[in-house]
Write a protein that binds this ligand. Structure first.
Ligand code: DUC
Ligand code: ZN
Ligand code: ZN
Length: 470
């Protein structure tokens, strides 16, 4: 099918300009000067014409950090690949990179195959995988080489969650050495889990079991410490490192210092750390704060008021915005920790809201329109080996295109979202802007407030190496 998207403003990291976008099949065929003979001829030949007047035409969002169906704390993240990727599409995200999980003692290959099986034929949008290595041993290290060759070119390690996903410094160093050899990228969950477990146990022994203690026992200093330690290990290994879900100013300072020294250190943050905080959300009375339990935790109001994270997004010390989408329902899931915050499954769902929430940074004057596109689409594509197939509106790229209406509005709510959650972490938030139309590989998935896709529209993405390797 050929589609002409006309009269819109095409936005890329380097600027914005008026252009008509011609889509042929799954690909972008051309960008045409509006009103030109070429545009007129494309319009008369197109099978479908979409009028994008007054709208931004941006590359589909890429959420490089999701956890569909993640097993955690005796339950599973509540979004299946089918539901979670459909919700993503509603929110203008046309690619996710999900985390396949290997636990200590499990075979990496079998764990990965299980993830392929969960996603195959289910997804609304294209998807790739990172591999969580919960047990870095000789076999896992060897398997890393194969995985990089097969398009799984990034690996998540945890400095948190002792006994579950945790890697010690020796395991981290070995995995980084391997990545340095094979071109893989280590994605680090940087929190000092050993120290956190001590603090959490002490709090529980004092009877401090409410959700807010999840945050109090994971202080920012322990994210800063772990971030700095991981940077030193990466320098020793000669490997790049990418920090996932960075939340603390201390961690950002460590990343910024390393980058200023010229090191290949990268980081992402997530909307929850920009908009939600420990007192007003995690500290809600009763058990309501459980809906805001995630790790790293929401930081204090004072911490978030420094707006360091917005600055980091501007300076590129934070290169990417992902969601760490890891939804759990309050009922029967978050409730597992009614008597003890340590048993609350960690995670917040937000795959549907990232493009809207970060666009508010543009509205508030924190980010440029171009930087919104860069942090939410182009850089994730480049960081994780998907560029230029994804992340850009250019001839030859996949026709993953979002029409964003700056004059529209959206109210976030459990009543209207499409994620499998019985609450919204952003209940009642008014978005100045609206996802109007979403194309994935040339197919209109969202238009006229209706979903037009079918399960299985999305395909597995075999990724290349990061564009940011030195
Ligand atoms: N953090 C979360 O909040 N959930 C899943 C895993 C993680 O690191
Ligand atoms: Zn994590
Ligand atoms: Zn995560």
């Amino acid at each position: 099918m050929t589609i002409l998207i006309k009269n819109g403003t095409v936005v890329s990291p380097t600027g914005r300009h008026d252009a008509d976008v011609l889509v042929d099949g799954q690909k972008i065929a051309a960008l045409l000067q509006p009103g030109s003979d070429a545009a007129a001829s494309a319009e008369s030949g197109a099978e479908k014409v979409i009028d994008a007047a007054g709208k931004y035409v941006v590359p589909g969002g890429i959420d490089a950090h999701t956890h569909m169906e993640l097993p955690f704390g005796g339950t599973f993240a509540s979004d299946t690949f089918e539901i979670g990727t459909r919700a993503a599409a509603w929110g203008g995200t046309t690619t996710i990179i999900d985390f396949a999980v290997q636990r200590d003692g499990e075979n990496v290959r079998e764990s990965l195959d299980a993830w392929f099986a969960k996603a195959e034929g289910e997804c609304a949008i294209d998807y790739g995988f990172h591999m969580i290595l919960g047990g870095v041993d000789e076999a896992a290290l060897k398997e890393m080489d194969n995985l990089v060759g097969e398009g799984i070119s990034s690996f998540k390690l945890f400095m948190a969650y002792p006994g579950v996903f945790y890697s010690d410094d020796g395991q981290i160093l070995r995995a980084m050495q391997k990545a340095s050899d094979n071109g893989g990228l280590i994605c680090m969950h940087a929190e000092n889990g050993i120290a956190i477990d001590v603090l959490a146990e002490q709090a529980a022994a004092r009877g401090q079991t409410d959700p807010v203690y999840h945050g109090i026992t994971r202080p920012p200093a322990l994210e800063g410490e772990a971030t700095n330690r991981a940077i030193q290990l990466a320098l020793v290994a000669g490997a790049p490192v990418y920090f996932v879900h960075l939340s603390a100013s201390e961690a950002l300072a460590a990343v910024a210092a390393a980058r200023n020294d010229g090191h290949n250190v990268f980081a992402e943050t997530c909307p929850q750390y920009l908009y939600l905080n420990l007192e007003d959300h995690l500290g809600l009375p009763g058990f309501a704060g459980a809906g805001y339990v995630c790790s790293p935790p929401l930081r204090t109001r004072e911490h978030t008021h420094h707006t360091d994270l917005w600055r980091g997004l501007r300076t590129n010390d934070l290169a990417v915005v992902s969601t760490d989408h890891c939804p759990f329902c309050m009922k029967d899931q978050k409730e597992l920790g009614l008597d003890d915050f340590r048993a609350i499954p960690n995670g917040i769902g937000g795959v549907e809201h990232r493009m809207d929430l970060i666009y508010q940074g543009v509205v508030m004057g924190e980010l440029s329109l171009e930087r919104w596109v860069e942090t939410c689409s182009t850089t994730p594509a480049r960081m994780f080996g998907l560029y230029p197939q994804k992340g850009v509106i250019a001839p030859g790229s996949d026709a993953d295109i979002v029409l964003y209406d700056p004059n529209g509005s959206t109210t976030l709510s459990v009543d209207t979202h499409h994620m499998s959650m019985d609450y919204s972490a952003y209940e009642g938030v008014e978005i100045d802007g609206r996802v109007d139309t979403v194309l994935s590989k040339g197919k209109v998935l969202i238009a006229d407030e209706t979903y037009h896709g079918v399960k299985g529209d999305g395909a597995y993405l075999r990724r290349g190496l990061s564009s940011y390797l030195l």
